[in-house]
Design a protein around this ligand. Structure first.
Ligand code: VGL
Ligand code: ZN
Length: 209
């Protein structure tokens, strides 16, 4: 029996091949969270996934900036932007969800990063907080109160999704054993955890569900 009622939603962030070992922007041990996410899905009646879904000319790709490398910082329309390897290009294998991930109970998928001019880490808003994916309205319209976040990467898309969820007024939970950081800097994952905790996001593990 599902422990979480219809007022709770599980949001699975970006569990796509390019963020898994062997992918273009691989998160170390990212594949280890897949069985954990599969096992927690049965606790939820409402499951949503987000999908990083970039056009090939996306301005977050170092390859689209002469002389720049992944990890370099640029100014993109007034926002500081980390440049990434080409990843999650629309309709490529790297943008697909892991086939090991159970997708059978997903209610909907929200795509992000489709505007080439602005990156979109969060599943709710782009990084300029101008464009919306529709996820916030979707959750509000069906009366969701609690949002549980897991997936990749802990220090980018998971963090931004959880922070936006909290700022939109959802009671927000990060499932810490169902996420992994990309750690451009070694401490990024831990810094992100602290930032989320300081913002009032509850850090829990899959065993607490
Ligand atoms: C992500 C960097 C660029 C993520 C997406 O899913 O965490 N990180 N695009
Ligand atoms: Zn991306």
């Amino acid at each position: 029996m599902a422990m979480h009622n219809s007022k709770s939603a599980l949001v699975i962030v970006d569990v796509q091949y390019d963020f898994l070992p062997g992918g273009a922007l691989a998160v170390s041990d990212g594949d280890q969270i897949v069985p954990i996410i599969n096992s927690i899905q049965e606790k939820f009646e409402l499951i949503i996934a987000t999908q990083d879904w970039h056009p090939v000319d996306h301005q977050s790709f170092a390859a689209n900036h002469e002389g720049k490398n992944p990890g370099d910082l640029i100014d993109l329309q007034g926002l500081t932007q980390v440049l990434w390897p080409v990843h999650c290009v629309q309709f490529t294998k790297g943008a697909q969800f892991s086939s090991d991930l159970n997708q059978s109970q997903w209610e909907d998928i929200f795509q992000k990063g489709t505007n080439p001019e602005v990156d979109s880490y969060s599943g709710f808003f782009d990084n300029a907080r101008r464009g919306v994916t529709g996820l916030g309205k979707f959750l509000e319209d069906i009366g969701v109160e609690k949002v549980y976040v897991c997936g990749l990467a802990q220090d980018y898309c998971v963090k931004f999704t959880a922070m936006d969820s909290k700022s939109l007024g959802f009671e927000t939970y990060l499932i810490t054993d169902a996420t992994k950081p990309v750690n451009l800097k070694a401490e990024d994952g831990d810094v992100a955890l602290k930032e989320m905790q300081d913002a009032g996001i509850h850090l829990i593990t899959s065993k607490d569900l």
